[in-house]
Design a protein around this ligand. Sequence first.
Ligand code: PGA
Length: 253
Amino acid sequence: MTGSLRPLIAGNWKMNGSRATTRDLLAGLRAFLRESGPAGCDIVVCAPAPYLPLAADRLEGVSEIELGGQDCHTAVSGAHTGDVSAAMLLDVGCAYVIVGHSERRADHGEDSETVKAKGETAIASGLTAIVCIGETLEDRDAGRAVDVVGSQLDSSLPDGTDAANTVIAYEPVWAIGTGRTPNEAEIGEIHASIRARLLDRTEDGSGVRILYGGSVKPENAAAILSVPDVNGALVGGASLDATAFWSICQSCP
Ligand code: PGA
């Protein structure tokens, strides 16, 4: 962890669930909060867009858990059938939005320029952007992970980034949903390189949180979260289970 940065644990539900599981999952998290009190980290759940209003309703009065979207458009509004704007996310109660997740980059051909524009729209709309970057296995095996992640950061980082409006999520593509993770030294190397670039590029780069994502589970969370410059986690599969997600939240040092 960097100095005194408060960790952030973000759950990315992806395209999973229903009204019923949204209710159950949030009821589970509320129960854990009631039983054990605040977790010592900021918590955000990024639910599928149709379930955000329900999630907001279920989190009414629960200041410890915030809501996030999983994507937003670059435009503020307009003729973009099927898309969701940052302003809409804010309107239904979101404080965060993920931009540039590798699944969006792969499924929808989003390049870093688009991701940067999305981040800038998110920030201008009053959301905190969680900007995702990460190398492929091919990049890692070729020994160019640091370079690839660095250039993705350079081209995806929103103009006007500061510690309050932007979070970086380092997610190696090959670790997402696979059960494989880089080792702690490898995670530390990438996070240190991201920190150095943030210090170079932004006014308060020391305050921007850098999350690790990719197969974070209750079993590996404490070790990953204690790596220097790891300021939290972006959690996919394990965020669909209240017990597992809460356990990760409680693993913050
Ligand atoms: P995972 O997903 O935890 O299921 O690997 C992480 C993510 O894609 O954000």
